[in-house]
Write a protein that binds this ligand. Structure first.
Ligand code: NAI
Length: 342
């Protein structure tokens, strides 16, 4: 029977956006899903994990938010488990897939130490995306991002559905941290300070370009060293404070929701939406680095214009060259993992 609610839903199908979160029951997945449930741009939030998603979905479905496209019924939330084709059901018709699935760091671990566990998880989830929603935009949070983005890209190539415009490594947390940390030293409202962070998402591959930020007082060499180190290794502060119980989850959920919302705003036609993100990029292709994070103007297709790095100080040039040399190995490791697992 067609009710007013189903009529409202079907008349809005042209605008509808289904967002799938893979790893939705985890430390990042749950608060990320909570924030996405408040997005006016999402009509269907589809939650997949190997555990607990029916519970998370039931809980979120009681929140009385609506989306622009389906005001009468609110955002539709569904929970899916692996049994009975749950992953395929979660991904069917998704316009955006966010992937925070995988294990987080424990004290003393680098992001690269997660490779052995997370590479296989990401490869398998990417395979399902390539088969079920090949045109979705894929937003990868699972670490090590410097390797998981090449993994997803290689899987999509194998299935002949690769479009570099649609595959993103989520590096937003580095930018969120940079503006917060610099505000503590140089003053200003952190949410208004824009810091460009380029490179990758792991230790020395994370390069904040403080010289490009207008409106903050100039930093001494000592402050610059301290701030740069804090942005590169800020994640370790959280890992240490959580003392074996995981890494950043709440700040990552905030950053992941911001990035997802930016992708959705650009998909809805908004111009001038710029976010840094780790994507297929020609900026350092000559140096053999195929993926790089820099400011990217998002478009309805995904990646719009990749901004060049702009003017760098000699200090920043040195940081970029270290990042480039480390990224090469991280990227090759991801590419080889997929070719060797064929
Ligand atoms: P968590 O362990 O709390 O949650 C991970 C979730 O993934 C769990 O619910 C687990 O059941 C699920 N999962 C495991 N295998 C799965 C599979 N095959 N399919 C679907 N779901 C699966 O971990 P947390 O803290 O949420 O971190 C998740 C990932 O995000 C980690 O790799 C972490 O390093 C990364 N991360 C990335 C950041 C970034 O800036 N890009 C920042 C912080 C963390």
């Amino acid at each position: 029977m067609r009710t007013a609610a189903t009529r409202a839903f079907s008349t809005s199908t042209a605008n509808r956006t289904k967002v799938a979160v893979l790893g939705a029951a985890g430390g990042i997945g749950q608060p990320l899903s909570l924030l996405l449930k408040q997005s006016p741009l999402i009509t269907h939030l589809s939650l997949y994990d190997i555990v607990n998603t029916p519970g998370v979905a039931a809980d979120l479905s009681h929140i009385n938010t609506s989306s622009k496209a389906s005001k009468h019924i609110g955002i539709y939330v569904t929970g899916h488990l692996p049994k009975d084709g749950g992953l395929e059901e979660a991904l069917k018709d998704a316009g955006v897939v966010v992937i925070p699935a995988g294990v987080p760091r424990k004290p003393g671990m680098t992001r690269d130490d997660l490779f052995n566990t997370n590479a296989g998880i990401v490869r398998d989830l990417a395979t399902a995306c390539a088969k079920t929603c090949p045109e979705a935009k894929i937003l990868i949070i699972a670490n090590p991002v410097n390797s998981t983005v090449p993994i997803v890209s290689e899987v999509f190539k194998q299935h002949n559905v690769y479009d570099p415009k649609r595959i993103f490594g989520v590096t937003t947390l580095d930018v969120v941290r940079a503006s917060r940390f610099v505000s503590e030293v140089a003053g200003g409202r952190p949410e208004e300070i824009k810091i460009t962070v380029v490179g990758g998402h792991s230790g020395a591959t994370i390069v904040p370009l403080f010289s490009q930020t207008q409106g903050i007082k100039s930093l001494s060499k000592e402050q610059l060293d301290e701030l740069t180190h804090r942005v590169q290794y800020g994640g370790d502060e959280v890992v240490k404070a959580k003392d074996g119980l995981g890494s950043a989850t709440l700040s990552m959920a905030f950053a992941g929701a911001r990035f997802t919302e930016s992708v959705l705003r650009a998909a809805a036609g908004e111009k001038g939406v710029v976010e840094p993100t780790f994507v297929r990029s020609s900026l350092f292709e000559k140096e053999g680095v195929e993926y790089f994070s820099s400011n990217v103007e998002l478009s309805p297709e995904g990646v719009g214009k990749i901004h060049p790095l702009g003017n760098l100080t000699p200090y920043e040039e040195e940081l970029v060259s270290v990042a480039v040399s480390q990224l090469k190995g991280n990227i090759t490791k991801g590419v080889q993992f997929v070719s060797e697992s064929q």
